[in-house]
Design a protein around this ligand. Structure first.
Ligand code: GNR
Ligand code: NI
Length: 177
């Protein structure tokens, strides 16, 4: 088990489309476990391969039994996740992202989805999700397509968030120099 460094925006590596995996083998199971460990430590409720420099269609999610703060752990490891159905109804959530530390914005997405994926045993599964779990899975699949939550908000808000992060990154570089 290992913690993986999380890439912070703006970074061209977050804008690349990730490649599908052929099958979930021992090597990918180890990466999925490292991603979960990294996500819990952050802490976050989801993590996508590209955020840790893995350009494969891998995501992990745990919103802890319906988003209750002290709910039981309920981790999902997904390879090649695909949304195969969405509800007509939308929901708005104040989203954050581990690649955008301390930045939040309201994003509207379908309230419920059906997602097809390969689980950690390389078995094809379908999951119906709604609420926070549905929001999080959509946010993670976006990462696999190089799409970030700020791509769903107004250009002005996006500019403000990216300007803040650029400033913070430059400051950190100066402190290291
Ligand atoms: O930890 C996270 N919280 C979150 C909150 C609302 C909507 C989406 C998310 S995902 C985010 C972790 C992350 O950046 N995943 O890519
Ligand atoms: Ni994210």
């Amino acid at each position: 088990m290992a913690l993986l460094p999380i890439i912070v925006a703006p970074d061209p590596r977050l804008k690349i489309r990730a490649e599908p995996v052929e099958q979930v083998d021992d090597e990918l199971r180890l990466i999925l476990d490292d991603m979960l460990e990294t996500m819990y430590e952050a802490p976050g409720i989801g993590l996508a391969g590209p955020q840790v420099g893995v350009l494969k269609r891998l995501i992990v999610v745990d919103v802890r039994d319906d988003g209750e703060e002290d709910g039981k752990a309920n981790p999902y490891r997904m390879a090649n996740p695909e949304i195969i159905d969405v509800s007509e109804e939308d929901r708005v959530h104040d989203e954050g992202c581990l690649s955008f530390p301390d930045q939040y914005a309201e994003v509207e997405r379908p309230d419920a989805i059906c997602v097809r994926y390969l689980d950690e045993q390389n078995v094809s599964r379908e999951l119906r999700a709604d609420g926070l779990l549905a929001t999080c899975i959509q946010h993670e699949i976006d990462h696999l397509d190089g799409i970030l939550f700020v791509d769903h908000i107004t250009a002005l808000k996006r500019k403000m968030i990216l300007r803040k992060l650029t400033k913070i990154k430059k400051q950190a570089e100066r402190e290291l120099a």
